[in-house]
Design a protein around this ligand. Structure first.
Ligand SMILES: [Zn+2]
Length: 144
């Protein structure tokens, strides 16, 4: 399986905003509803697989603690960076962002940061995830 960076065609120094932009680009190019009529079934399946990989990659790379752990391949780092979490927010307090017509599992949800920036979660989380503000570097825990 491709690394999350490869799935989104990003380099490891990509910012949160880069991850969001890359995810939108891949989602738009591979969404089954956006393919021309008559696209062969194997091409549709390949696009669906790329979209699924992009959703997982965006979730991982948008979660600063999981991303740090992935980058370092070290659980210790994840524990240490847990101290960066400044607040806990219920997913119910997030609102749907941008184009609501996108597939449900690929939709972006936003929550406004006190700095005026936004925390973004891709898809409805199944367990607690972390989100980093796209403007300052605050991190919150998001409860499903
Ligand atoms: Zn902020």
């Amino acid at each position: 399986m491709a690394s999350p960076y490869e799935a989104l065609d990003l380099t490891p120094d990509a910012t949160v905003a880069d991850v969001r932009a890359a995810f939108r680009r891949v989602a738009l190019a591979n969404h089954p509803d956006k393919l021309p009529p008559g696209t062969p079934a194997d091409a549709v399946a390949a696009c669906a697989a790329r979209l699924d990989a992009a959703v997982l990659a965006a979730r991982l790379l948008s979660d600063p603690l999981r991303r740090a752990a992935f980058d370092a391949r070290a659980v210790q780092l994840e524990v240490r960076t847990e101290g960066r979490v400044s607040d806990t927010v219920a997913f119910a307090d997030f609102s749907l962002a941008g184009n609501a017509a996108e597939a449900a599992n690929a939709a972006e949800y936003e929550y406004e940061c006190r700095c005026g920036g936004a925390y973004v979660v891709v898809g409805r989380p199944a367990s607690t995830v972390h989100a980093e503000c796209d403007t300052c570097s605050l991190v919150i825990a998001v409860m499903p």
